[in-house]
Design a protein around this ligand. Structure first.
Ligand code: C2O
Length: 442
């Protein structure tokens, strides 16, 4: 369908209301169901949803208080729900074979014993996660804690999620799962290239790359700097100025943008200048429409991480797409244990993307990999032999690897034993087998 940028006001995903409470837990119910939604102006698209909305409803959780979600599958396909970035027991992790069949249901328990972070839940059913996520099975899960509540950051209406993803919508409205170079539409919070009306003050944006298979390079058209305050696993220890965010599927960036530099009546476009093939660079437009008081600011210290123990185990990983989608030469087999790690051990993983760069001018999305671990966060120690730079700061659960890149990451396995996963978060790759099984043992 034709691209009409800035035709939609950007919606905010609705907050899901608990169906009940106990002394320790909030209980929710979600029906996975088909729905008709307007993604591109004037067209209706059939999508797969959590609870009828695209993206799904936002769950707001608090550290120390359990969330219990009853997921009911009213779709025609198998599903499995994974809470990305959450530290949960294996049976609640949404493993590929722990599927919810059509007509079935499953209850997931999330203990929320981890610091504030911008998490998201999405499908993880065996071989189906790419198409299911692309068709709409993704939603936000915002975990807060005491530290976050004491920080003087923009909050309430000035704390806004931006769920960025691509799509291909046909002239009759059909949402078609296909490779990213054939996906011309860029969506924010489910709408094609929307506009968002802001006040001339600071905003906090939780930026998610929810694309199934596309990296984005985000910058403002006028090149302004913004302040990054967080990443996958929550706050950075200290804020950092950025002018560009390079994000692969699964990654989050928490940023503060100060619109007080603009006059009422100005607009600024957020762009993805890494656009390739049939995509246009615009992602969304911010329209500065009023002034507003602003007592928020970004403090010099946001959090303090516990010290990382000295690593005692080293492992090497090589990710390949040709001739088959593999990690260390193996395609995912749920019955094969690829790695056994001991609870509480700290390990260093060297991860290599062995793809060669694309020919100049050719799309290269399929040559990128985003390495993701379940259960725990990691720190990026090195990228291509150099200490991690501003692109790799903080607690990560997903790290980007361009063609030929090598990263060294360190993680401590825990807090649970059981069966978990590591995989490429280009979901076409993980669906195709770029995934391994790691069992954590006592
Ligand atoms: Cu967001 Cu195993 O995935």
């Amino acid at each position: 369908a034709p691209i009409v940028p800035f035709a939609h006001a950007m919606p905010l995903p609705k907050n899901l209301k608990p169906t009940s409470f106990t002394a320790t837990s909030d209980l929710y119910e979600i029906r996975m169901q088909e729905a008709q939604v307007e993604i591109v102006k004037g067209l209706m698209s059939k999508v797969r949803t959590y609870d009828g909305t695209f993206p799904g409803p936002t769950i707001r959780a608090t550290q120390g208080r359990e969330v219990v979600v009853r997921q009911i599958n009213e779709l025609q396909v198998n599903t499995a729900v994974h809470l990305h970035g959450a530290h949960v027991l294996s049976e609640h992790d949404g493993l590929p074979m722990d599927t919810i069949v059509p007509g079935g249901e499953r209850t997931y328990r999330y203990p929320n014993n981890q610091p504030a972070a911008s998490l998201w839940y999405h499908d993880h059913a065996h071989h189906l996660e790419a198409e299911n996520v692309f068709m709409g099975l993704h939603g936000l899960y915002l975990l807060t804690d005491h530290n976050e509540r004491t920080l003087p950051l923009p909050s309430g209406p000035y704390d806004v999620p931006l769920v960025i993803r691509d799509a291909r919508v046909e002239a009759d409205g059909t949402l078609l799962y296909t490779r990213p170079s054939d996906c011309p539409h860029m969506l924010v919070n489910g709408k094609e290239r929307p506009y968002f009306q802001v006040a001339a003050r600071k905003y906090r944006f939780r930026v998610y790359n929810a694309c199934a298979n596309r990296y984005v390079k985000l910058r403002f058209a006028d090149g302004i700097e913004f302040t990054q305050i967080g990443t996958d696993g929550g706050f950075l220890e200290t804020p950092v100025q950025q002018s560009e965010l390079l994000m692969l599927g699964g990654e989050r960036a928490d940023i503060v943008v100060d619109f007080s530099r603009y006059k009422v009546g100005d607009s600024v476009v957020l762009e993805n200048p890494g656009a390739q093939s049939i995509e246009r660079p615009e992602v969304m437009r911010f329209d500065i429409v009023r002034t507003a008081p602003d007592y928020s600011f970004v403090p010099g210290r946001l959090t303090t991480y516990p010290p990382q123990p000295t690593p005692t185990v080293e492992r090497d990983f090589e990710i390949r797409t040709f001739p088959a989608m593999t990690i260390n030469g193996q395609s995912y087999d749920p019955n094969r244990v690829d790695i056994t790690a001991k609870l509480g051990t700290t390990e260093v993983w060297t991860v290599r993307n062995v793809e060669a760069p694309a020919a100049p001018g050719k799309p290269d999305f399929h040559l990128w990999h985003s390495f993701h671990t379940h259960l725990t966060y990691f720190r990026v120690l090195e990228r291509n032999g150099k200490p991690a730079g501003t692109r790799d700061l903080g607690l990560k659960d997903t790290v980007t690897l361009g063609p030929g890149d090598t990263v060294k990451i360190a993680m401590t396995w825990g807090p649970y034993t059981g069966q978990y996963l590591y995989h490429c978060h280009q979901l076409g790759h993980s669906s195709g087998g770029q995934m391994g099984r790691i069992d954590i043992v006592a």
